[in-house]
Ligand binder design. Sequence first.
Ligand code: PLP
Length: 426
Amino acid sequence: MDLHDTYRQLGISDEVYDFGETVLEGLKERFEKIDAIAEYNQCKVLAAMRKNKVDAACFYASNGYGYNDLGRDKIEKVYADVFRTEAALVRPQIVCGTHALTVALSANLLPGDELLSPVGKPYDTLEEVIGIRPSKCSLKEYGVSYSQVDLLKDGSFDYDGIKKAITEKTKMVTIQRSKGYQTRPSFSSEQIGGLIAFVKKVKPDVIVMVDNCYGEFVEEKEPSDYGADMVVGSLIKNPGGGLAPIGGYICGRRDLIDRCAYRLSAPGLGQEVGASLGVMQSFYQGFFLAPTVVASAEKGAIFAAEIYGKLGFKVVPEGREERHDVIQAVELGSKEGMEAFCLGIQKAAPVDSYVTPIPWAMPGYDDEVIMAAGAFVQGSSIELSADGPIREPYAVYFQGGLTWYHAKIGILSSLNEMVRAGLVKI
Ligand SMILES: *Cc1c(COP(=O)(O)O)cnc(C)c1O
């Protein structure tokens, strides 16, 4: 079928479309591998839903205190089974990933305790949570200290430094699976497992939390399969499958999750309260779709890496590299490049396709940030989106795509804008 006309309707030129098709020819095998992982994870999710006898009663809305909310209690069992943990907290009252991480940290760290990040600087919004940047209500204000061991130059763990940094005060270790707004590689679950084993050998009772944002369902195994005591993420990223309108999850050891529930609601109340207000169907259905949605996003990330890599831009990870999350960093080298790229993504959005993204100050971020997103769920980054802080090396972080075709169109549209702005020649 000749799609040139169709793509022209979207403003995408023949030469851009053709360039995309040439790149795609080399990606068949990669895509098959991704589909195989999606199939595996589809089985895993379905098995958990069958085991827990999910039925129509799970979708009823509770209100008020939300006592005896069967659907809410069951989605937590389903998550716990998929992540192979003792317990889970999966709630619409968790407003985003940063909130989920804040709950997990503040519930399990007490005054005098220390938090250690052995993988360098954590995600931007966590700087204020921890108190790396002074902030009201940070962990630091409550007497929780923080230490950090940076990655070695080659991106590997600094085991000597980590061993030295673990003291009798070290109560928790936080490991971020995905690169976030950095150009370091993301870690595989297995790599994280190696790090967990190391820190537990140095200090057996240390609690290991993994910031699992963007990593869910990219591999067959999750960090919780490798001994993480808690894994934490956002439902408007991978596990929400694009359908969850809000929410976050924390899966892990029963005693730790209990504390998280007390922190989220109130001491004494815990997990038994929290009305689901009618969002449960979207939680279940989104989780059910998540493995294939993640696969689509991953194909988009690889396509972007191959396209921009071929045009001489630095891309992290590279097209051929193994992938541990759905984020693709493309270093565009200039603010103009970031603007053109984001304009293309925005134009390809199903919602708000007519607006022009411009750099702006965002709460929780230190630099100005540009964001392209036209999502059904505001800020959802499992839907096609691109963003990045306006700072060296002027990298955009591209992610999402509820369908592979949408991801493909978005990337071609970004390239189209880059060509139009005279920033790249194909
Ligand atoms: C997105 C993200 C967060 C924060 O999630 P929000 O939902 O934006 O608050 C934390 N860590 C990582 C690695 C992320 O990608």
